[in-house]
Design a protein around this ligand. Structure first.
Ligand code: CS2
Length: 491
């Protein structure tokens, strides 16, 4: 195969005819949004909606992306003038769209001052975030700032050269306040319940620790709308790069592979203005909580369960897991019998169709979404995906055996050794802790006790619940005795 020219402003005319293009003059676009955490998810989701707004002629909402860790995204996108391809795939085929909404990418550790200067620019009206659960530097069980987190300790002592998203936000807001410019609106797009409120809690606390007056100013003057975001975005592979080059005619160092489905529900509280995202499919509501709980519990709760049990049963991708015996039945019963009765009502919303569609999305044969990818950071994900649902079931005095099997699957996975005795590459801020604490433990009750000692994950209540302990122990016993594949079939 001959090497295709690289995607850039100058090569757009080489693109295959059916590729959708940013149909606007990119040189006229001004930066109005700074996005922290410019990973694949943002580029598959918010940046696509914003591209449509720019194409409508409103050029105030260009995005400046910030990587808080490595320079990989900048290295991929800079030679491409910020352009990249989004491939939407399902069994019916692929469609390709080149997105132009990202104007520039900064790498925070290289030049924190440049990031702060961008965030302090009065033209910037929104700072959005996809920094993953651990980027909030909080304790997952309580969702309040982890005041002894190394990045938080560092940022409190070095306000002009922060490392964490929280440190950047507070310093930028302090500068805007000192300059007399309006604060920006903060838009959390991570999978956390009441993500706006959570962000407000950690940001305000951090500011208060710096200066109580700044904490009060932020509490009273900055908007933190909550959002529910949804699109499944597997990590890009070299095979994906080859498909994109072949199909579009241009090579792209970091295209995004995703599904056709996309959803964004946002609380409409943007005192400094916002793009007309509603024209392009975004739903604006007064309160997003019911949508967020529905998505976190049904989609992400099922996803994590499929990931841990599926990985242990030897499956590489979610669609492989959905095809294996017993998994689809398990997930359907878990959704209908154990999760749905915990959800607040959403009048007029067709929950049955939503759940059917979710399972179809998990089955999408064109997406290679690895169980290992979803299994990452379980300690940060479990509370909102499975444990809060279980809390509700305990309150209702109803069974939760399938949810408990998901939790036991995580415990088994996080020991770091698979069912064939091979090591698992567990990615989690607490990975070493799991390994050390579970080493040499063989019995289900001993392993469960070790995990229940992690108050930052299980809180203070669950370890005290006899019912919780027993149900998880029973599930883990089955996993240890029969293996995940059989335990799922028998569940
Ligand atoms: C997944 C999510 O990786 C994970 O943990 O469950 O990223 C999921 O694909 C998205 O939330 C879908 O919107």
């Amino acid at each position: 195969m001959t090497e295709k020219p690289r995607l850039s402003n100058a090569t757009l005319h080489h693109l295959a005819k059916d590729v959708e293009l940013p149909g606007y003059d990119r040189s006229l676009v001004r930066i109005g949004i700074v996005h922290l955490g410019i990973g694949a998810f943002h580029r598959a989701h918010q940046a696509v909606y914003t591209d449509s707004v720019l194409a409508s002629g409103d050029n105030r909402w260009g995005i400046l992306g910030v990587s808080l860790r490595s320079g990989e995204t900048r290295e991929a996108l800079e030679p491409q003038d910020g352009l990249y391809t989004v491939a939407s795939r399902d069994g019916g085929g692929d469609s390709f769209r080149v997105i132009g909404s990202i104007g520039k990418v900064l790498v925070a550790p290289e030049n924190p001052e440049a990031v702060l200067a961008a965030m302090a620019d009065p033209d910037v009206r929104i700072v959005s975030l996809t920094v993953t659960e651990k980027g909030y530097c909080y304790s997952p069980a309580t969702a309040s700032l982890d005041e002894i987190h190394t990045d938080i300790v560092h940022d409190l002592a070095n306000s002009a050269a922060p490392r964490s998203a929280i440190g950047f936000i507070v310093e930028a807001l302090a500068r805007r306040r000192a300059n007399g410019s309006e604060p920006f609106t903060l838009l959390s797009c991570d999978n956390l319940p009441s993500n706006g409120e959570t962000l407000k809690r950690v940001v305000t606390r951090f500011a208060e620790l710096r200066d109580p007056a700044l904490g009060l100013y932020i509490r009273d003057n900055v908007a933190f709308p909550s959002t529910m975001v949804d699109r499944i975005v597997p990590a890009t592979t070299d095979a994906d790069r080859a498909t994109v080059a072949q199909s579009t005619g241009l090579s792209d160092a970091w295209p995004i592979m995703t599904e056709p489905f996309t959803q964004w529900v946002v609380e409409d509280h943007f005192p400094s203005g916002r793009p007309v995202w509603e024209k392009y499919g975004v739903t604006f509501v007064d309160n997003v909580d019911a949508f967020e709980l529905m998505k976190l519990r049904l989609l992400n709760g099922s996803h994590s369960t499929l990931a841990y049990l599926g990985y242990l049963a030897g499956h590489e991708t979610v669609s492989d897991v959905m095809r294996a015996e017993g998994f689809s039945t398990l997930i359907e019963a878990m959704m209908d019998e154990e999760i749905t009765p915990t959800l607040p009502p959403l009048p007029g919303f067709d929950l049955v169709a939503y759940k059917t569609q979710l399972r179809e999305r998990f089955r999408n044969p064109a997406l290679r979404h690895r169980t290992w990818q979803i299994a990452m950071d379980g300690s940060q994900k479990l509370p909102q995906r499975l444990l809060n649902t279980i809390r509700k079931r305990l309150e209702q005095k109803k069974p939760f055996d399938r949810l408990a099997l998901g939790v036991a699957g995580w415990m088994r996975y996080a020991t770091g050794v698979d069912e064939n005795g091979k090591p698992i590459d567990v990615r989690d801020p607490l990975a070493n802790e799991f390994k050390q604490r579970t080493a040499g433990k063989r019995k289900a009750n001993e392993i469960v006790d070790v995990y229940l000692g992690l108050a930052e994950v299980f809180g203070k209540d669950l370890p005290k619940s006899q019912k919780f302990r027993e149900t998880v122990c029973h599930a883990l016993e089955r996993l240890l005795k029969d293996g995940a594949a059989t335990a799922v079939v028998l569940s």
